[in-house]
Design a protein around this ligand. Structure first.
Ligand code: PLP
Length: 391
């Protein structure tokens, strides 16, 4: 350990680095690599949205905004959420604009968790959940989901994982990395459990517009849930706006007020030009968004067909833009499989264990890249598998 590391707090030193970043540092140095590893849209933000940001800058809109975000944006968010998800939120005190869902989740956890509190979440899951909980000196309790259930969350498994001291339940439907969703009946059972155990639900719905099978239902819209749910959403995925760094939280005023305190001391506000772009996305971005969703659906059907044809069992992801095939049928674990594929065929996918132990035996292949690149990656994968089988 070098000397200056002694300044780093124990709970921070104990955090693992994101498994994905390490992997892709290697990929970025490789010539002719095909990456199915990236968790962001390959589309550039639609022009009219970029233009709104440019117009804001041209007009000299370069200041801080209200800590809660521009009122015009909060009003649009209120209308958008009511129209597409159901619950109505007051722009004045129930909506907070953040630096993406990343910040929204972080400040929510920091606002509500006391040291030692417990947080339930389903796994495999987005890489930041467990570290964000650990940064609050709280305890993360994963609940396994499985491919036999298309990686939905079984309410009975949730009940079995619960322990005294659980305060928050993080949900993410559709799920990164599995594309799992939860239908209304399942959400109702989860909601009943949340009420019974007095849990606050943090519902990360960042992929909700990218739902390919059935309608997306927000748990916040179910009876008795609005008052115990914080709805987290943003612009990164559906509107291809990752670089704008803007998202939002909608929830009961008392919780949003707690989040606002953390937000105003740590962040102040989201960048004004990004907020102006977000207003434009909500007002006029739906057609472009639906077009991108249709493209993802075509690519999903293609990649899942090719993976299964190659003998890697892959369920049909119902949302988001990730395929999550089983790779342990080859006799290799996730990491060995992904490393071999990268070394031998220069195709980058992410080992399932980057998303928690429940991801062991799987890998994540993103289909947020062109059809041609997916096709090339699948050809290379076929060659790799042929070689593995011949060994
Ligand atoms: N939540 C999930 C499930 C994600 O997959 C991601 C990004 O990959 C985020 C949150 C972060 O999103 P944002 O860009 O809004 O911070």
């Amino acid at each position: 350990m070098t000397d200056d590391r002694r300044f780093v707090a124990r709970h921070v030193a104990a955090l693992p680095k994101s498994g994905i970043r390490d992997f892709f540092a290697i990929v970025s140095q490789m010539r002719d690599a095909v990456s199915l590893g990236i968790g962001e849209p390959d589309f550039v933000t639609p022009f009219h949205i970029r233009e709104a940001a440019m117009a804001a800058l041209e007009k000299g809109r370069t200041s801080y905004t209200d800590n809660r975000g521009l009122l015009s944006l909060r009003e649009e968010i209120g209308r958008y959420v009511a129209r597409h998800y159901g619950p109505e939120y007051r722009p004045d005190d129930e909506i907070l604009v953040t630096i993406g869902v990343s910040e929204a989740l972080d400040i929510l956890l920091r606002a509500v968790l006391n040291p030692g509190d417990k947080v339930l979440y389903h796994e495999p899951c987005y890489v930041s959940y467990a570290p964000s909980v650990a940064l609050c000196h709280a305890e993360a309790i994963p609940v396994r989901t499985a491919d036999t259930d298309a990686f939905s969350l079984d309410p009975e498994a949730l009940r079995a994982a619960w322990r005294p001291g659980c305060k928050v339940l993080i949900l993410n439907f559709p799920t990164n990395p599995t594309g799992g969703t939860a239908d209304r009946a399942k959400l109702e059972a989860i909601a009943r459990f949340a009420v019974e155990k007095d849990l606050l639900v943090a519902s990360d719905e960042i992929y909700s517009e990218l739902t390919f099978e059935g309608d997306h239902v927000s748990i916040a819209s179910l009876p008795g849930m609005r008052e115990r749910t914080v709805f987290l959403h943003g612009f990164s995925k559906a509107f291809a706006m990752t670089g704008f760094r803007v998202g939002y939280a909608c929830g009961p005023a008392g919780v949003i007020d707690g989040m606002l305190k953390v937000h105003q001391y740590a962040i102040m506000c989201a960048p004004i030009a990004s907020q102006e772009a977000a207003v434009e996305a909500l007002r006029n971005g739906r057609d472009a968004m639906l077009h991108m969703r249709d493209k993802y659906r075509e690519r999903r059907d293609f990649i899942v067909r090719r993976l299964n044809a190659h003998g890697l069992p892959c369920h049909l992801p119902r949302g988001a833009f990730y395929a999550f095939p089983r790779v342990d049928v080859t006799g290799l674990d996730s990491m060995a499989f992904a490393q071999g594929l990268l070394r031998e065929e220069k195709v980058a996918i992410v080992p399932g264990t980057a998303f928690g132990q429940a991801g062991a035996g799987f890998c994540r292949a993103s289909f947020s890249t062109s059809y041609e690149r997916i096709n090339e990656a699948m050809d290379r994968l076929g060659r790799y598998l042929d070689r593995l089988r011949a060994r």
